[in-house]
Design a protein around this ligand. Sequence first.
Ligand code: SF4
Length: 478
Amino acid sequence: MIAEHAICPDIYHPAVARDGLLTRLRIPGGVLNVAQCMAIEQLLAATSLDYIQVTNRANLQLRALTEDIDKEVLTALTNCGLASSDRAVDGIRNIMLSPTAGIDPQELIDVRPLATAWHDYLTDRPELGILSTKFSVGFDGGGSVGIVDRPNDITLLAVNNREFELYLGIGASGSAPLQVGIRLGVDECLPILAAIAQTYRQGIELFGRDSRRKLRLRDVIYHWSLTGFGEMVQREFKGSSRFIFKNLDRESSELGVGSWEHLGVHQQRQSDRYYLGIVLPLGRWNKPQVKGLGEIADRYGSGAIRLTPWQNIILPDLKLADLERVQSLVTKLGLIHTANHPSSLLRACAGSSGCQFGATDTQQDAIDLSNYIAANFTLDRPLSIHFSGCDKSCAQHDRADITLWGVEGQNCYRLEIAGATAEFGEDPAALCPPDRVPISIGKAIDAYHYQRLNPQESFQAFITRQSPAQLHQIFNVV
Ligand code: SF4
């Protein structure tokens, strides 16, 4: 069955994309076990696809399907918890956790029990199937790998070991949620989430009847105003009167993409255990790697694999004595685990191969660039690169070191370097064709390596202090 609103599909309702059917598996909290890895292997075998892709919501997606998922495979996915047995609520189980929840030495509160309770609440309430399949809730335990800047509708951020700060997605689409001036004790979190979800449902019933698209939480809040929405939530919550929502806008996040702090080896809060953050280039996880990482997790870890909203993987609960062996096995699978590799912070949307709005083949162009940089340079700091097939910027909403924007009607990119539009070629208005992208970006990396003030100067700082004429020289490769 094709998704009614073919923008955010689930396993029961694939969407039609340019390259075939697109379907997503919700992975609440982003945590997989060995049995689920085996079910994913089975799914890949049944579809004859080479890889499954980790999304920027720490879910999984399959592209270019030629037909619906086979019933037997679907049953296997349901039996191991990768799909909900209730079709109505499968798509709204978007629950994002700090990917190091429970193992982060700096964490204030382990949010895993809250996430489990929220998942159970959602799956027990088919009436919430009316909510948008983009509805998402994030739980951030206040540790070193945070998700509060990820664009969830609701985020709870631990601010001490007893309380959370409430954030709501009331800003622009795709932006980080904003603080609304409400602190909650741990016991209040589930009731307030339930009150918000039920108020959201009522808003859809009231305002969404004639809408051609499913209203998002921010649309409903807009209809009622933030204060009015707070009053509705208060009524639903039935607790003491204290939910006066205020928009406490905060400074936008710093230049630079997401988090790479989780990549490589890190000690866990459990002093005799370590986790390994592994890069999946563009989130692609192929069949041998699904099998291989499942086996490594089973043999050397606790059987768990964690997906991150940066489209990577964490293998937790490893012993010190096994680290070398595990890293060698991961390398044999063709995977790397260092933040300084060019594919570590490489993001690309579906682009022209999968999306009708894509001007350029972002996925292939990103792989070509990553291969070029890996073959010609040794990066000594992480470098974030983002390819977007059009201005919608689906793959990444915060700014990267280098962004390449596909230009409508042309198979070309507009280069944005450290937030500034870069000139390409002799003509200041010229755009960069895909085959010149590697050499142009390579020139910028070269200039950075040889002209920076010292090894600590970041790429952004280096570019920002260049004059327009110097920038032109750096990118002028025609
Ligand atoms: S950014 Fe544009 S081209 Fe890329 S997936 Fe989104 S809508 Fe499509």
